[in-house]
Design a protein around this ligand. Sequence first.
Ligand SMILES: Cc1cc2nc3c(=O)[nH]c(=O)nc-3n(C[C@H](O)[C@H](O)[C@H](O)COP(=O)(O)OP(=O)(O)OC[C@H]3O[C@@H](n4cnc5c(N)ncnc54)[C@H](O)[C@@H]3O)c2cc1C
Length: 283
Amino acid sequence: MKPARFDYHRARDVQGALRLLSDLGEDAKIIAGGQSLVAMMNFRLARPAHLVDVGALDALRYVRRDDEGLHIGALTTHLEVESRGLDADFAVLSEAMRWVGHYPIRTRGTVGGSIAHADATAEWCLLAVLLDAVIVVESVRGRRSIDAGSFFFGFYSTELAFDEMIVEVVFPHPAPHAAITEFAERQGDFAIVAAAVSLDLRGDEVVGGRVALGGVGATPVRSPEAEQVLAAGGTFDDCAEAAADALELEDDGAYTADYRRTLVRTLVARACKDALVSQGVSS
Ligand SMILES: Cc1cc2nc3c(=O)[nH]c(=O)nc-3n(C[C@H](O)[C@H](O)[C@H](O)COP(=O)(O)OP(=O)(O)OC[C@H]3O[C@@H](n4cnc5c(N)ncnc54)[C@H](O)[C@@H]3O)c2cc1C
């Protein structure tokens, strides 16, 4: 399949990209790695009249750490994060990348593109919600920072205005005891359900934590019920049970609610155990 006609514009720098987005209006779309957008265009699920190619904006390809946390430039690819092997505080981000599609997809797909595309089971969206990431966006009107918790609001829907571009994602909190796990029918497919956990430890004792789920609704969600179990010193199995019980799920064309609930129960328990051993703490 081929996409509908479009005009192609190559941005040379961030300001140029923002001007193009502003001038071209709602019929324009950014293309970064193209790993989601091109498929959408080929299936005519997206028909932008203009593509603004930001692939050459190397200034937005970086991973760096300072007092505010870990900053990842929007054009950084999944593979760059994976091969960088981030240190213990953010190792979960590198480790999560093996779940993203296949190697060729990871060489082209970008962190900003994933967050903007907002697939309900995308690993970057799940990690952003789990770790309270901040999405930094720019337009000709200025710059603003949006908490991941309020950035995603429906299937493939976000807070982004048509003229805004994600320039950076910031992970403010180190997560040395964190893990992500998921289930898909074939390796490299998007997950049916994904679970991510970040534990708070005092010594070897779990004193709390965060639990986030993908594939259980239109956006990734935290599970306050599961987090309460962790804070109260409950077992990982109780935590997983609480996450599964609290969900309101419906059968869809592909999977039943019971199937997804069973996956949640299994994956949350597994993610908790993986998070505990992630930095050498024995379970
Ligand atoms: C076979 C296959 C399997 C895949 N499996 C997975 C998977 O398991 N997990 C997963 O997470 N992803 C998966 N992907 C998608 C992949 O991760 C994409 O790289 C990602 O979703 C989009 O990144 P991109 O840079 O390719 O964005 P593009 O495809 O270029 O753009 C996607 C959308 O984001 C917008 N956009 C891009 N960059 C920005 C920006 N900086 N600011 C604002 N808007 C922007 C575009 O306008 C477009 O609407 C898969 C893709 C394929 C083809």
